[in-house]
Design a protein around this ligand. Structure first.
Ligand SMILES: NC(=O)c1ccc[n+]([C@@H]2O[C@H](COP(=O)([O-])OP(=O)(O)OC[C@H]3O[C@@H](n4cnc5c(N)ncnc54)[C@H](O)[C@@H]3O)[C@@H](O)[C@H]2O)c1
Length: 199
């Protein structure tokens, strides 16, 4: 039915077929329950708490990459990937100690997770390409990329702003993020897309 095709949309759920569970525990993430909803394709997919169907469906077989993963938003996103059942993740940051901390926290969430930590300055093209090479040698593909690494710069009015800060912001936040995206997109466009799994 039109308007009811999105898995997170209002379900117009038909009665479950005999013997078919319509809710239960997601085996990939036992802390979450799932419900089975009809989708516009004949197969069924699981939705975690009714909203995370695609995300969770693919995450357990996907490879994620997060830059700026040593702290703040990047660290929180990296850990969210693991909580949502991602089991292969590449973590990038300048700060090696912070990366170790994120890895430790990830392993506390799941001892099965494979974490590749890559200390790297994202404004350095050669370093970014090397990290991608290492990541692909280990995991073979890349499905999700979150580019959070950034230099906050100074907080000042333009007239008082320090030019070195301005240049660093451009180097890291603009050039660095672009370099990462370029390498990530190159990998993503040459690999075979994942297909939905029917459980
Ligand atoms: N937190 C906010 O409210 C907020 C708001 C707007 C924008 N931002 C921006 O979002 C980004 C992330 O914010 P956050 O709060 O997580 O900041 P954060 O400082 O906690 O994290 C940024 C991470 O990027 C890493 N990094 C910096 N330069 C790098 C480089 N050249 N190569 C690799 N890694 C590098 C840092 O080591 C750090 O771990 C920053 O660019 C920040 O300016 C944050």
């Amino acid at each position: 039915m039109r308007g009811a095709t999105a898995p997170w949309g209002r379900p117009s759920a038909p009665p479950a077929r005999t013997g078919e569970p319509i809710c239960g525990v997601n085996p990939h993430n036992p802390e979450r329950t799932f419900s089975r909803r009809p989708f516009n394709n004949p197969s069924h997919i699981w939705t975690c708490q009714g909203t995370r169907s695609y995300f969770t469906l693919f995450l357990n077989v996907s490879v994620a990459l997060v830059t700026g993963a040593a702290s703040g938003i990047g660290q929180a996103i990296a850990l969210a990937f693991i909580r949502e059942s991602c089991r292969r993740i590449i973590l990038i940051d300048l700060n090696s100690e912070g990366l170790q901390e994120t890895k430790q926290l990830a392993l506390e969430i799941s001892s099965e997770v494979k974490v590749l930590i890559c200390p790297c300055d994202i404004s350095d093209e050669a370093a970014v390409n090397k990290v991608m090479e290492t990541g692909m040698a280990k995991f073979g593909r890349l499905d999700y990329a979150v580019n959070c690494a950034g230099f906050p710069g100074g907080f000042a009015k333009t007239a008082e702003y320090v030019i070195e800060d301005f240049d660093r912001v451009q180097q890291v936040n603009v050039r660095g993020t672009w370099l990462c995206m370029k390498a990530q997109i190159q990998q993503m466009t040459k690999q075979t897309p994942l297909k939905p799994h029917k459980y």
